[in-house]
Design a protein around this ligand. Structure first.
Ligand code: SAM
Length: 266
């Protein structure tokens, strides 16, 4: 089944004067779906912290490798991708449905420009299902209610937050949110997570990001990020820079400061 949207998609007015997470990410990825405010702050940040461009690319590649591994080696057929971002190369549904055409994917983002591009996210294979939910990922009740239209909660789900949980800046709230989502899914479900680890340099970059008017994004100490998998079983190679997570090409340059893991619910 493929959930094509019916008729025109209602879109909130897009505020082009304030830098937005999804559009700055798109700028660092070399995309065209961004505005002067996004480019100005994006360029300033790339100058102060050049690795941000490598991080955006590494995050996308990690996502594709993780989805491929989960679909191919673990047999996961359902994906809930929170903080989807703008459509770009190798989106979750494309990677998953290439392995398993029947894979079901729900995307969630609250940025109106992502909603405006939702159709591009909804071109999944007819054997599977792809849906886009415009919602705040911190409102797990709404997200889960909408996801229920596509996902079968009796079957394992891969919960994905790629370079997104840093927007939930309070550690306890972030941990509670992960618990809420994972509690909703059966054993054998997985969490795919990555975010920036805190160093003096990444802390300064996060401050510059928030000072520039964008939605704050915190880097976290590696131990805090790791603790989000405390009750889960880490898949090899465990927790570390995503550059080193089952790489499919030789590493050029240093591993990025974006660390993460893929872990299974017991
Ligand atoms: C840095 S981008 C990462 C995009 C994508 N996951 C990737 O790795 O390429 C973070 C995304 O999270 C979304 N986001 C931030 N806070 C959110 C929230 N409370 N609810 C839904 N989406 C949110 C932003 O709109 C943006 O698209």
């Amino acid at each position: 089944m493929n959930e094509e949207p019916q008729g025109p998609v209602a879109v909130d007015p897009i505020d082009t004067t304030t830098p937005h997470s999804a559009r700055m990410w798109n700028f660092w990825l070399g995309g065209k779906d961004n505005y002067p405010a996004d480019r100005a702050l994006g360029a300033a940040m790339a100058e102060a912290y050049p690795q941000i461009v490598d991080i955006a690319r590494a995050s996308r590649r990690f996502q594709a490798r993780a989805v491929r591994h989960l679909a191919q080696e673990v047999g996961i057929r359902q994906f809930l991708d929170l903080g989807t971002g703008l459509p770009t190369a190798e989106p979750t549904h494309e990677v998953a449905q290439k392995v398993a055409p029947e894979a079901r994917v729900v995307y969630v983002d609250n940025d109106p420009i992502v909603l405006a591009h939702a159709r591009a996210l909804l071109t999944g294979r007819p054997e599977g299902a792809t849906a886009y939910v415009p919602a705040d990922l911190t409102d797990a009740e709404t997200v889960l209610r909408e996801a229920d239209k596509i996902l079968d909660r009796e079957q394992p789900v891969a919960l994905m937050l790629l370079s997104t949980l840093g927007h939930v800046t309070d550690d306890a709230r972030a941990a509670a949110l992960l618990h809420t989502y994972l509690d909703a899914f059966p054993a054998g479900s997985h969490l795919v997570l990555c975010d920036t680890i805190e160093t003096p340099v990444t802390r300064a970059a996060s401050d510059e990001y928030a000072d520039g008017g964008a939605l704050p994004y915190v880097s976290r100490p590696a131990a805090t990020l790791r603790s989000f998998a405390d009750e889960l079983d880490l898949l090899d190679p465990g927790f570390g820079s995503i550059s080193l997570w089952r790489p499919d090409e030789p590493l050029t340059g240093d591993p990025v400061d974006q660390w993460g893991f893929v872990a299974a619910k017991r």
